[in-house]
Design a binder for this molecule. Structure first.
Ligand code: UDP
Length: 239
């Protein structure tokens, strides 16, 4: 059997990754493809926790630019992540991958509350744990959630799956033809060069807790497995 490089991972899916080419909302085929890729990890006995964003539905910052109170707009964003998490849960269970959704904001009719030790137990039993509603706090992001949960559950790496770019570049490759892709970076370089891999809160948390981050494209099928097997894809950011 192929040997995974990591035993326990946090997979960060941006909300946009759920929308596929339609750019907004939830696209069923795209989620099915993601679920199939996650299943490949479970088959390799990798413990997988997923943090899902919400930008395909609602972002707090855009709401607040329209005059909605920022904290309220952020709570709306956290609710968007719950919708995405339930869609992913459904897609995974359709292909017989056991899952649990845990929310940072209690909504017990639809998901478990976030309980760290219980999450770890689910992972040990081979269930995919989907962390929904971010950190539960406004003014944070789901990237910070991924960093926080990765530290809490002692994940070895955060796999940051992107649907619009295949790694970290010196400039936006869509706007600048001279943009260079990095194979490896430190968090200090990410922060100093303002590379926009993740927000500075998330980068600092990863740096302080020595959690590596692999940024790669999810648009190529099988890439999550390649990442797990340690193939050279994307950009690796380390402390
Ligand atoms: N959010 C929040 N606190 C958190 C996580 C998320 O307030 O801990 C809100 C915030 O408004 C954010 C939205 O949820 O804009 C969606 O999350 P994010 O923008 O991180 O999603 P992504 O960019 O990954 O799709």
């Amino acid at each position: 059997m192929e040997q995974p490089k990591y035993k326990r991972v946090v997979l960060k899916l941006s909300g946009e990754a759920m929308a596929g080419n339609q750019g907004f909302g939830i696209e069923a085929n795209t989620i099915h493809s993601i679920a199939t890729q996650v299943k490949e990890l479970i088959e390799l006995n990798v413990e997988v926790a997923v943090v899902v964003g919400g930008g395909n539905i609602w972002r707090g910052i855009s709401g607040s630019s329209q005059g909605i109170d920022r904290a309220t707009a952020d709570y709306m964003g956290m609710l968007a992540t719950v919708m995405n998490s339930l869609a992913l849960q459904d897609a995974l269970e359709t292909i017989e991958v056991p899952t649990r959704v845990q929310t940072s904001i209690e909504m017990q009719q639809i998901a478990e509350p976030y309980i760290r030790r219980r999450a770890i137990r689910h992972l040990e039993k081979g269930r995919v744990v989907i962390f929904a509603s971010g950190t539960g706090n406004p003014f944070f992001s789901t990237d910070t959630t991924a960093a926080l949960r990765a530290a809490e559950i002692e994940a070895e790496v955060i796999l940051m799956a992107k649907n619009n770019v295949d790694g970290v570049y010196s400039a936006d490759p869509k706007l600048d033809p001279d943009a260079q892709k990095y194979d490896q970076l430190t968090y200090m370089e990410v922060l100093n060069k303002n590379l926009g891999v993740m927000d500075s809160t998330a980068s600092s948390l990863c740096m302080d807790n020595h959690i590596p981050l692999l940024v790669f494209s999810i648009m190529e099928e099988g890439n999550i497995k390649r990442a797990i097997l340690g193939e050279k894809i994307g950009t690796l950011v380390k402390g």
